[in-house]
Design a protein around this ligand. Structure first.
Ligand code: G6P
Length: 302
């Protein structure tokens, strides 16, 4: 099974890839739409290609679908618009039903894509009930994260970060997907140079850029707490300012955003405070959070 997308939809495909490993589903692999031709040799009539796209009109993803079609692979579209060009090319359509998304940067469609992927993969692993329970937990956690108190907390963080140009975002496993999507939101909406890495890769290069006052965000599950703790201490010792997103704070964090422990579905909720943060920073910088510079809602030319 190949799960294909671009931008935020690519990050959703990465969630499918990492979650499938956790659920012992061995044959799910994520691909960036524009790289699909490099996977051509692995495609045949036994392959299922799931194309992720909010709009269903993204040229790179439609081109990836054509490549898969030529190889006679089975095609499913996971889209917000069931009548889109992409959906019409595919044998199966999985609608995410999250309503029109008007802002250029994908937000609610990301959460909805992740929710549907969760349902699909837990169902495939014979764990449908467990998956459904987790989705309900995610729903109540999201209400908490959107509460006035939670938004005020993020607003204060936005004030702290409004003048910053660069920021690193770290996570491992499923939480690396969140680091990537959070970095994309900070780039697109808040105009920050936000770079995501695997937590363990930080010391293999990016560390050269860390010094007094470098901002670093950590995303972690309770299982990864110790790993994050060690990496954060190393960075804090070099003067980095640590922002933590997890169930419990890191001992070196100067700011913590608490998320409930909902298990493997943590990426469904952990990115939301950063979506809000990006929006608040954009407003503080007099940028239009709905229409980032140089970007379009869907890129329909290659
Ligand atoms: C554009 C948008 C991104 C979006 C990407 C994929 O680049 O600016 O926000 O994630 O397209 O869009 P899609 O509709 O295919 O999910």
């Amino acid at each position: 099974v190949f799960v294909v997308g671009t931008g935020t939809s690519y990050n959703s495909s990465l969630y499918a890839d990492r979650l499938s490993l956790q659920l012992k589903l061995k044959h799910v692999r994520s691909v960036v739409s524009s790289e699909m031709e490099h996977f051509e040799n692995l495609l045949d009539q036994e392959t299922l290609v799931i194309l992720l796209s909010q709009s269903g009109e993204t040229a790179d993803t439609i081109a990836a679908a054509r490549i898969a079609q030529e190889k006679k692979a089975k095609l499913w579209a996971l889209v917000n618009f069931p009548m889109s060009s992409l959906a019409r090319m595919c044998g199966g359509v999985l609608p995410i039903c999250c309503g029109p998304e008007l802002a250029v940067a994908a937000t609610k469609s990301y959460t909805a894509q992740l929710a549907l992927i969760t349902k699909l993969l837990y169902g495939s692993a014979g764990l449908a009930e467990e998956g459904n329970r987790m989705l309900l937990d995610a729903r109540s956690a999201l209400y908490d994260l959107m509460s006035n108190a939670a938004r005020d907390h993020v607003m204060k963080l936005a004030k702290d970060l409004r003048g910053e140009r660069d920021i690193f975002l770290l996570g491992r496993g499923l939480q690396n997907v969140t680091a990537r999507e959070a970095a994309l939101k900070l780039k697109e909406v808040a105009g920050m140079r936000a770079e995501a890495f695997y937590t363990g890769e930080m010391k293999h290069g990016p560390l050269a850029l860390v010094g007094e006052g470098t901002r670093v965000m950590f995303f972690y599950s309770p299982q990864d707490q110790k790993h994050a703790e060690n990496a954060a201490s190393e960075l804090a010792a070099r003067g980095a300012r640590i922002y933590s997103f997890g169930v419990n704070p890191l001992s070196t964090s100067i700011w913590h955003v608490r998320t409930d422990d909902i298990g493997k579905g943590l990426p469904m909720i952990q990115v939301v405070p950063v979506q809000v943060l990006s929006y608040e920073i954009a407003k503080m910088r007099n940028m239009d959070p709905d229409k980032p510079r140089n970007l379009a809602k869907s890129i329909t030319v290659r």
